[in-house]
Design a protein around this ligand. Structure first.
Ligand SMILES: Nc1ncnc2c1ncn2[C@@H]1O[C@H](COP(=O)(O)OP(=O)(O)O)[C@@H](O)[C@H]1O
Ligand SMILES: [Mg+2]
Length: 401
């Protein structure tokens, strides 16, 4: 059997660019080379795409200019019949010597954050009709939007903390009204978050009106929509990863990420130092974790079931980590958020389940190939019916509603 060519994409136009390079190279390193032929695709911070052997060595990224001058610029046209990675510029005429494209059988996006995990890249893969790992457009986009995500949790009866939201525009035109609406709806302490960012950027905790105002000022720098949540005081965070698609789902062991005293800032996590006032935050890069989480067996079971439910209602596929908060007093569980691939492949949780990284990557690619086939089947069925109707009744009737 011939090998499956998998474009592994990393980098990208996001603050988590560097983390993504590391993830991408790890995915390539751990891919089963007897089955797959990985092609590195590095996306610069400006959004240019490159491929080439030299991208495989992390040391080369120290001299980015030099690296890019040796790598080859490529692009993916959003056209199914051209669903390959093309070298740029396209060579035309009789004298083209080099291969002009690499045929891709699948794509493994190893991005973190914006323009990769949020459905935009997934939209391009859909247009190009190439199988890809992880959630499709809807799951990816909804997973990045804390407001819509929580609305869907609520509509499906999944437990969330109380929350409310507003537009930056509304706040700027009537601060008093927005603040009093929030204070009427929620109790302090509150968490103020930009709707669309991850990695704790722009998130603050407010214990009173004064802190609420400054928290909002921070958040509106980052987004046009802001969510405010009731904060849980005495709680533990529990994460659980789900692998699969549709209703064929596996939930991992639960973990308790490192227990921060307050919580780490983005600077603390990524830049070390200079944490700005009002930007105290926490996030995905725990340095220590408890696996399995030290919670009663029935709570783990409840969380695992909820995790699968979250995955299903957001129509996710591949692997996602779902984060929960467990209130200590009454042991009530709340869903906090989902982190779609690969912000969280959470491979350490799957190791625990004896699904090692190499196998996880294999399963993810196989899921991608399967759902792609399924998806294309739907479209062809639809097409066939339309053509049948059109040929028996004429085009006039078939287009009539
Ligand atoms: N409602 C809340 N109550 C208590 N702690 C919270 C709440 N919301 C967020 N946090 C804390 O802030 C962290 C970051 O918030 P989260 O919504 O997960 O944002 P991000 O997408 O940046 O990870 C959480 O991991 C948790 O420690
Ligand atoms: Mg989080």
């Amino acid at each position: 059997m011939s090998k499956i060519t998998v474009g592994v994409m990393f980098g990208g136009r996001t603050v988590e660019h560097q983390v993504s390079v590391i993830t991408g190279l790890q995915v390539i390193e751990n891919m089963d080379k007897s089955k797959y032929d990985p092609i590195p695709i590095f996306v610069t911070k400006e959004g240019d795409w490159y491929t080439g052997e030299e991208l495989l060595d992390i040391k080369n990224y120290k001299d980015l200019g030099g690296l890019l001058s040796r790598a080859k610029k490529v692009f993916l046209p959003p056209i199914p019949s051209m669903g390959y990675l093309y070298f740029y510029p396209i060579k035309t005429g009789f004298f083209k010597k080099e291969a002009e494209y690499i045929k891709l059988d699948a794509i493994f996006p190893a991005f973190h954050g914006m323009h990769g995990e949020d459905g935009t890249m997934q939209g391009l893969f859909e247009l190009a009709n190439i199988p890809y790992v992880g959630c499709r457009v809807t799951g990816s986009a909804v997973g990045m939007d804390k407001i819509i995500m929580k609305d869907i949790f609520k509509a499906n009866g999944l437990p969330t903390v109380n929350y409310t939201w507003f537009l930056r525009k509304e706040y700027e035109s009537n601060k008093d009204k927005i603040v009093s609406d929030i204070e009427n709806a929620l109790k302090y302490p509150m968490f103020v978050k930009p709707a669309n960012l991850g990695s704790s950027i722009g998130i603050s905790k407010a214990h009173n009106k004064e802190e609420l105002l400054s928290a909002i000022e921070v958040a509106i720098h980052y987004d046009r929509r802001i969510i405010v949540e009731e904060g849980l005081e005495d709680m533990v965070e529990i994460n659980c990863s789900v692998l699969g698609s549709d209703d064929d789902l596996l939930a991992s062991v639960c973990e308790q990420p490192v227990s921060w005293q307050e919580f780490l800032s983005f600077d603390d996590k990524y830049m070390r130092g200079n944490s700005k006032k009002g930007m105290k935050t926490a996030g995905m890069t725990a340095t220590t974790r408890n696996v399995p989480a030290p919670i009663p067996e029935e709570k783990s079971a409840e969380i695992k079931n909820l995790a699968k439910e979250v995955f299903k209602v957001l129509d996710c596929s591949g692997v996602s980590r779902i984060d929960f908060m467990l209130r200590k007093g009454d042991m009530q569980v709340f869903v906090n958020e989902i982190n779609t691939i690969p912000g969280s492949m959470a491979f350490y949780l799957w190791e625990y389940e004896s699904i090692h990284f190499k196998e996880l990557i294999d399963r993810l690619i196989q899921i991608a190939l399967r759902i792609h086939k399924d998806h294309n089947k739907n479209m062809y069925v639809f097409d066939t019916e339309l053509l049948l109707k059109a040929s028996s009744g004429g085009t006039k009737n078939s287009t009539k509603r």
